[in-house]
Write a protein that binds this ligand. Sequence first.
Ligand code: SF4
Length: 296
Amino acid sequence: MAKNCNLCPRQCNIDRTKSLGYCQSPDTVRIARVGLHEWEEPCISYGKGSGTIFFSGCNLRCVYCQNNEISSYLHGTEISVYTLADEMLKLQDMGAVNINFVTPTHYADKIILALDRVKHKLQIPTVYNCGGYENIETLKALDGYVDIYLPDLKYYSPKISKKYSGCGDYFDVAVKAIAEMARQTGKPTIDDDGHMKSGTMVRHLVLPSMYKDSIEAFDNLVKTVKPQEIAVSIMCQYFPTHLSKNYPEINRKTTTLEYMKVVNFVRTLGFEYGFMQDKSSAKKDYVPVFDYKQGE
Ligand code: SF4
């Protein structure tokens, strides 16, 4: 990485060994959990589970973040690039079906360094599980290191993205990022066992009171990215947490009717691969425990 950090569209241009930018993350990798995770989409978690590495800090810090303990409060442990590489191999040895980097954007440069050490030893795909607010230059640097991109597409309206995630340009940035991801990975490939091997899957969490914005987001996404080139996953696991109480319109769960309005619209757009989520997943029980300790 250049001395000053411009890894994401926040373009803080600061030296992270001396000060912190929007993501509040130091230059040294900080992680909060490493382990097998069963609650991703079936094609990502089938079998023994996805080999997740949760990074502390975030370049979006959404007001309703379900992982706010690590995204905003930076709970976690600092580790070296060498340890990060070792953790990937350990996950593979545990039977993980992939290596899943969760909220990786602000450590993309370190992930590349770690993968330089171990990518040739990994027989399972790597998954870049991000918020969608990504720099094209950073994504280009990841070309060849990432097998599956799992970006969010959170909002369409600049007013809404500014209000909940502090970035009015979210949709424009995210759509260009998704187009670059799809260019790199090609169309989704899923093997006979139901495991995704490569491709880009766009995730969308339907927020309460926001289903019209969800529909706008997908309606406009397909003007740039062909539905045949990506998979989609529509999620309903939202529950109010973190700062949601300050925003009455999102201080409740998403209703089944709101969720189905989005699903039914997305079904008309021609995606070949799509996933819907069970409504029972809208519970705190599905938030993992962030308990990483080095050497365990
Ligand atoms: S990764 Fe963090 S410090 Fe770097 S530009 Fe993004 S928000 Fe700023």
